[in-house]
Design a protein around this ligand. Structure first.
Ligand SMILES: Cc1cc2nc3c(=O)[nH]c(=O)nc-3n(C[C@H](O)[C@H](O)[C@H](O)COP(=O)(O)OP(=O)(O)OC[C@H]3O[C@@H](n4cnc5c(N)ncnc54)[C@H](O)[C@@H]3O)c2cc1C
Ligand code: SF4
Ligand code: SF4
Ligand code: SF4
Length: 388
């Protein structure tokens, strides 16, 4: 039996949690993307997994043309968040109201997975976007326990993760559940991140046992790897030299469901959508231009709860009221999925033979490495010529 097509399954793991017979196991494919596997001997064909699957039964969203461009007034939050620090402020507010927060963080095996946070000192673990797929399957029951106890719960995640949570939680317990989904360009293969780490380790550029955090993007746009140990940067890598960032930027190694994303739509799922307010400097804006470079958050409230919490924290932000239509002009992921690279099939043929780094090199040799190599040679020549 099959629950949904492989190219639609987001790997949320909901089916494996709700199956009354425990007949579904989530297993990794060769890219470490999770897929449900059904034990036909245990399955009684009750159909619950199919009825609840959020890739088959699409959860309706809500359209709102009211949007905000905002960034935290607290410089340190703005600096350490991916865009304007909106997620951090929302999470902190919920903790101040004695609630709990669920989000995605690196664990000590450098896997991205859900964590439950009830103390603001741990919120830093959630900051910054991790562009690999994270697990949420273990979080469903904990979320339910919290809601049954009457706790206010904030769940942040990709729209497909929010769809899974909304499909799982019974209507009567949703009053105290607040869901925040991102504008989402897709999640890359977790295995490819390890491949990249292994490559850097082989070259003695990092010691992977010391790494406890990784960031993927420069503030305000563009990709850039930073590897951290105890809060200190131990290695940095520009996107031009990083096979992983090249592959992600080219949409080469996303989960297949991301190319067909059912939730990359103008009607947004959850109580609030947040993302990057891109290219704001091209518009008339009252926000100071020097702050735009550090990243500005986009917020689109899509329920009363979402509007209420957003209004509460806007006092801690510099902000401007704008429209979703205007935000979408430079942010295509508000209305459509990432385009599937023309090289995805070639890459998947090469990967088992050559591995990750060599396959990306073979595909993008001309576009990236040749140009990068030439730039490097010209730079060296100029530096030598001027004696530096
Ligand atoms: C995989 C991914 C793709 C994205 N693609 C786009 C895009 O195409 N366009 C756009 O405008 N914005 C995109 N975003 C959102 C954007 O990068 C920022 O995360 C968002 O603007 C919030 O920024 P912030 O400063 O408020 O908080 P941040 O510091 O970014 O807060 C981090 C929050 O992100 C969550 N998070 C981090 N990594 C993951 C993950 N792998 N899965 C689920 N949740 C995660 C954490 O739980 C935390 O709540 C994406 C985010 C992710 C995670
Ligand atoms: S999308 Fe989620 S619920 Fe549906 S088959 Fe995949 S893992 Fe199961
Ligand atoms: S049909 Fe029912 S028993 Fe079979 S895998 Fe799905 S939920 Fe489990
Ligand atoms: S692009 Fe769609 S399917 Fe992929 S992670 Fe984002 S929300 Fe999920």
């Amino acid at each position: 039996m099959k629950i949904c097509d492989n190219n639609q399954c987001t790997g949320c793991g909901l089916c494996s949690i709700i199956c009354p017979l425990g007949a579904i196991t989530m297993l990794n494919d060769k890219y470490d993307f999770l897929h449900p596997v059904i034990d036909d001997e245990k399955c009684i064909k009750c159909g619950l997994c199919v009825r609840k699957c959020p890739s088959i039964n699409i959860i309706e969203g809500c359209e709102n043309n009211v949007a905000y461009a905002a960034y935290s007034k607290d410089e340190s939050i703005h600096e350490t968040s991916q865009s304007g620090g909106l997620a951090f402020l929302l999470e902190k507010h919920v903790l101040n109201c004695n609630g709990v927060v669920y989000g995605q963080a690196f664990n000590n095996q450098l896997e991205v997975s859900w964590i439950r946070i009830d103390d603001a000192k741990d919120l830093y673990k959630l900051q910054m976007s991790k562009y690999v797929q994270g697990r949420i399957d273990g979080s469903f029951k904990e979320v339910l326990n919290d809601l049954k106890k009457g706790n206010l719960v904030l769940f942040t995640g990709t729209p497909c993760q929010i769809a899974a949570i909304l499909s799982f939680v019974p209507e009567k317990l949703k009053e105290k559940l607040l869901t925040i989904s991102f504008v989402c360009g897709g999640v890359a293969s977790p295995k490819n991140l390890y491949d990249q780490i292994e490559k850097l380790q082989e070259k003695n550029l990092i010691n992977k046992s010391l790494i406890d955090n990784i960031t993927f993007r420069k503030k305000g746009g563009g990709y850039y790897f930073r590897f951290f140990s105890n809060g200190k940067i131990i290695y940095e890598q520009d996107d031009f030299y990083s096979d992983f960032l090249i592959a992600y930027g080219e949409h080469l190694n996303l989960r297949e469901s991301c190319y067909n994303c059912k939730y990359a739509r103008t009607d947004r799922i959850g109580d609030l959508t947040i993302g990057d307010y891109l290219a704001l400097d091209r518009y008339t804006t009252s926000l100071p231009r020097n702050e735009l470079k550090k990243g500005v958050s986009l917020a689109i409230p899509t329920s009363e709860k979402g509007s209420y919490i957003l209004q509460t924290i806007l006092k801690d932000m510099e902000y401007e009221k704008r429209t979703t239509k205007d935000a979408a002009l430079n942010n295509r992921r508000l209305s459509s999925p990432s385009e599937r690279s023309l090289f995805v099939d070639t890459y998947r043929r090469l990967y088992p033979i050559y591995g990750f780094n060599k396959s990306v090199h073979k595909i993008f040799w001309k576009r990236y490495y040749w140009v990068g190599y030439t730039k490097h040679r010209i730079g060296t020549f100029i530096r030598r010529a001027i004696g530096k």
